[in-house]
Write a protein that binds this ligand. Structure first.
Ligand code: ADP
Ligand code: ZN
Length: 728
């Protein structure tokens, strides 16, 4: 990290498409990585000092940077990471820098701020608006929001906050710029570990002791005690005085996790995700850079925080598809975690019951270490599993619960145990058809059907979010009263549950039915306490929630997701059904739980592998198939999505690009397409896709860059490159 004295020529990476520009170092000089405010034409932009200037530009015309910002310089480690991540994902470097500068108000020096805190009992006059404010506050530790920010997050006017201050429920005070975090104490004792947990924790502690890079895949079914084990690695890393990042796929999960960290280390860690306040965002960002944050629990974007000395990254539920960002910058947080750790001499722990095929193959080849927790903590067996062959069941139209499954639910009801019915389809029905003309109601902006959400009385496009009231007449033929739902969604399943088990208490878990992470958390907590007899849920139930009285899982449509051209379909279905089936537990001293899969194809290899509990067999077979086809993780894929409002301009440009594929061929890569993208229109933009397949070692990023550089795209064209796409 070198120092540049006043007047020296420096290269500054600005957060604008122009990227690297030369400036003169300001008064007092600057360090590499330091954040600076620079003149750019008439504007002032933020940049990071990236080294010496390039030269070439007339020194007499160089402008000095305006001033340095009050923030720790970005470390060499972070700047290297951004560079390598940009190269890997084919993202322009300024765009990557933006990912690392996601702290609000960087230009402003930290000043005292007015913040709100809980002060007294709830007000005598409680309103919905007041409740909303208190709820937001309580969700985030009871303090720290600016008044306007609090009102905005609660969706109320600022007078509501003022009223609560006047009522003495809240108090407004000025806060120091950034209060330090309470210290986590890694020397507090953990839970006594079972023997295989102990062995795994020991192995992880040994990796931490190396102080160098390595990745370990920690495998074990949900409830096997993986979290307990990796908290031991966290403790070891904290004892070294190095920082830890734990990535979780879902904010709703983090609530439980924060409590566990507090129980283990005596204080709550910092959080980083879309649900935290601006001031908290700012605080975490600065404190990470100062080395004052020991542990951050966060969403994938936390990977870009300016940690000063990162020693461990845990990626929990590493197979989860939400780790893939497919917006602006396309990246896999799992892969970026490995990239960052390698440059930071840090360890990575990938935890999952059902690892991604990528990680499975890397562990099999020895690139990653692998640790297995075999049993569930404190119990010996997985649930019993069986298929229900729907071809042999009496299934009248409009019914989705087979007699066999219904019988199993009845038995649980009689014993006071819980059942879970899993259907990975939000809404009431996936298709609404007009019985008069046959028209299926589609989104006007997208190539997608509108999905009926009866509880909200709306039709919703799951692509663009557009919604409208459910019409009574067909939008096409105008005939009244002939619209009919086709196929089941969770809401429709709930209706069937209600009519078939009228005395049972049912609860639906579907992401769209909850306004906030808190509402979801409350429902989950109520279910955990045994509040409902039958839980109806989408994939949200697959994630690590503990439902202690749940002994039956029924998968309503095990075939859903098995079909389709997507080569990852089998892998995803396997992971999802395996996770869901694993929710069925045994009660102390009772028989094992039961998972029943309703299917039309019980002989399908994926269904057979799940029933047999044969994870290794499934992964080996899947890996062999991918290898034979030269598909990931053995070959490499890149997806190119082009979009434009005008289909003609779009297809001309795409064809032109495809005709110039020589740079790709020279690198050993093949180009497929252009073809309509899986969703050929979103928000009025037409979309085509091209696919590039290359051998693992081919310099595919450079080839793609050379290929794209040949043509200037028409105005309004959007082009995104997705290295290692999730679906293909
Ligand atoms: P996983 O992360 O594999 O799903 P967890 O670590 O969350 O598993 O463990 C599942 C449950 O078992 C949790 O409630 C946890 O507190 C408990 N548990 C795990 N290991 C132990 C242990 N050694 N002693 C006591 N409770 C444990
Ligand atoms: Zn739409």
């Amino acid at each position: 990290m070198s120092f540049h004295p006043q007047g020296a020529r420096i290269g500054v990476l600005v957060t604008e498409p122009v990227g690297l520009l030369d400036y003169l170092a300001p008064e007092d000089g600057v360090l590499d990585g330091q954040l600076v405010l620079c003149p750019l034409g008439p504007r002032r932009v933020i940049g990071a000092v990236w080294g010496k200037g390039e030269g070439g530009f007339d020194a007499a015309k160089l402008r000095p940077v305006i001033r340095t910002l009050e923030a720790e310089p970005l470390s060499d480690e972070l700047r290297d990471f951004l560079t390598r991540a940009a190269e890997y994902t084919l993202t322009p470097l300024p765009q990557m820098l933006r990912m690392a500068l996601r702290a609000p108000d960087l230009e402003k020096p930290p000043a005292e701020r007015q913040v709100i805190a809980r002060a007294g009992p709830p007000p005598e006059r409680m309103t919905e608006a007041r409740e909303a404010v208190l709820r937001v506050l309580d969700d985030h530790g009871g303090a720290g929001f600016a008044p306007a920010e609090l009102a905005q997050l609660a969706g109320v006017g600022s007078s509501v906050v003022k009223g609560l201050v006047a009522a003495g429920t809240l108090v407004q005070h000025s806060a120091p710029k950034d209060a330090p975090y309470p210290r986590l104490d890694p020397d507090l004792p953990g839970k006594p570990l079972a023997p295989d947990q102990q062995a795994a924790a020991e192995a992880l502690r040994a990796t931490i002791a190396t102080g160098s890079y390595g990745t370990t895949l920690l495998r074990g079914v949900t409830g096997s005690g993986k979290t307990e084990v990796y908290l031991e690695a966290v403790a070891a890393c904290l004892k070294q005085g190095r920082q830890v990042l734990v990535l979780l796929p879902e904010i709703a999960l983090s609530v439980e996790f924060l409590d566990r960290v507090e129980a283990r280390f005596g204080a709550r860690p910092a959080e980083w995700h879309s649900g935290i306040s601006r001031s908290e965002r700012r605080r975490v960002w600065h404190m990470a850079g100062q080395g004052e944050v020991q542990l951050v629990v966060g969403a994938r974007s936390a990977l870009f925080l300016p940690f000063r000395d990162l020693g461990l990254i845990v990626v929990d539920e590493e197979h989860d598809s939400s780790y893939k960002q497919e917006d602006v910058v396309y990246y896999s947080a799992r892969d970026m975690a490995v990239l960052r750790a390698a440059g930071a001499s840090a360890q990575v722990i990938l935890a999952s019951a059902t690892p991604s095929l990528e990680s499975w193959v890397n562990a099999a080849s020895g690139k990653y270490a692998r640790l297995d927790l075999r049993a569930r903590y404190g119990e010996a067996e997985l649930p019993d599993m069986a298929a229900i062959d729907l071809r042999a069941e009496d299934m009248p139209g409009g019914r989705w619960i087979s007699p066999t499954l219904a019988g199993a639910v009845e038995a649980r009801l009689a014993r006071g145990e819980q059942s879970l019915l899993f259907l990975n389809r939000r809404g009431y029905a996936p298709v609404t058809i007009c019985r008069a003309c046959g028209e299926q109601i589609a989104c006007q902006q997208c190539d997608a059907r509108m999905v009926e959400h009866r509880f909200q009385n709306r039709l919703v496009c799951h692509q663009c979010g557009e919604s409208r009231p459910i019409p009574t007449e067909c939008p096409s033929c105008k005939v009244e009263g002939r619209l009919a739902p086709i196929g089941p969604g969770v809401e429709r399943l709930a209706e069937e549950v209600e009519s078939r088990f009228p005395d049972a208490k049912a609860a639906i878990l579907s992401s769209d039915l909850f306004g906030s992470a808190r509402a979801l958390k409350e429902t989950i907590a109520a279910i955990s306490q045994g509040d409902s007899d039958i839980i109806i849920g989408t994939q949200i139930v697959a994630k690590g929630h503990n439902f202690p009285r749940l002994t039956l899982v029924g998968v309503i449509d095990a075939d859903l997701g098995l079909q389709g051209a997507d080569l990852r379909a089998a892998e995803r279905s396997f992971q999802l059904m395996r996770q869901v089936a694993g929710r069925a537990g045994r009660l102390p001293g009772e028989r094992p739980g039961l998972a029943l899969l309703q299917t039309h194809q019980p002989e399908h290899p994926v269904i057979r592998a799940i029933l047999a509990g044969d994870d290794e067999g499934f992964w080996n077979a899947e890996a062999a198939q991918r290898q034979a086809a030269g598909m990931p993780p053995f070959g490499r894929l890149a997806g190119i999505i082009l979009s434009h409002p005008d289909p003609g301009i779009l297809s001309n440009f795409a064809r032109e690009l495809a005709s110039r594929a020589a740079p790709l061929r020279e690198a050993g890569a093949e180009l497929y397409g252009p073809a309509p993208a899986p969703i050929s229109r979103i928000r009025g933009r037409h979309r085509v896709r091209m696919l590039i397949r290359a051998p693992r070692q081919a310099p595919v990023q450079r080839a793609i860059a050379d290929w794209l550089a040949q043509l200037k795209p028409p105005t309004n064209l959007r082009l995104s490159v997705d290295i290692d796409p999730q679906s293909f």
